[in-house]
Design a protein around this ligand. Sequence first.
Ligand SMILES: C[S@@+](CC[C@H](N)C(=O)[O-])C[C@H]1O[C@@H](n2cnc3c(N)ncnc32)[C@H](O)[C@@H]1O
Length: 258
Amino acid sequence: MQYERFKLQRSLPFWDLVGLIDPVGIVRAVDLGCGTGELTASAAVRLGVSEMVGVDRSPSMLAAARAFVSDVVSVEAGDIAEWTSAGDRDLVLANASLQWVGDHPAVLRRWTAALRPGGQIAVQVPANADHPSHLASAHVATLEPFVSAFDDGPPPDPVEVNVLKVEEYTAVLHDLGFAEPHVRLQVYPHVLPSSNSVVEWTKGTSLTRFFAALPDELHEPFVEAYRSELLARIGDREPYLFAFKRILMWGTSTGGVD
Ligand SMILES: C[S@@+](CC[C@H](N)C(=O)[O-])C[C@H]1O[C@@H](n2cnc3c(N)ncnc32)[C@H](O)[C@@H]1O
């Protein structure tokens, strides 16, 4: 899986996020957008959780995650945009998944409603929509032959459209009853072998939305047009410092959200 190629770099923010969680007394936890489940299972061990449910909508991710099912870990198909529960969870965890859905205040309200009073929320989202790796693909999507091949125009960047500012997340969490939410922007300095490595990274992440909307024969031409546009913007460097901005947020619920 292309997505798996940079899993070491991707795991760094996950463990920073888990590090924010108070591990005392977490019985029932959920990992929303659990992906391949490897980190879900590791977090369950690290936090001493009794019941960890991984939720994802991707059949291939769920198939991979089933390898980690145990007495503690289970997986379920579901849409994290709509997911909620009846105030019975001690932890709602979501690493690098919330950016795929819209209306974060409403989604975070539903996730908060799943928490018992004193339950914790821990969420990480990328915040790099202004990086050349995103701007270059958005630009290439406006060029021929690609632009005419999209049924409904170039697919928008979910990070740009959906991800809020740090201060907005702080206000949303505070309004949802997290008395002192911890919200921070962190830059992860991923040193990649070369500028070209960014293409390998985005092929498993932000470019997938273009692949889903383009016919197969335009996938490789799109990647090559993207490569030229990206290298024109960031230079052809070895190594390349991929400075990746992410937002981490954590809080303890005081309860009371329906
Ligand atoms: C970047 S991966 C992160 C996976 C995992 N949390 C990790 O840290 O490795 C995002 C995951 O969110 C899932 N996802 C995106 N939108 C979703 C939705 N609306 N409902 C359920 N899962 C979703 C994707 O299928 C994918 O597995």
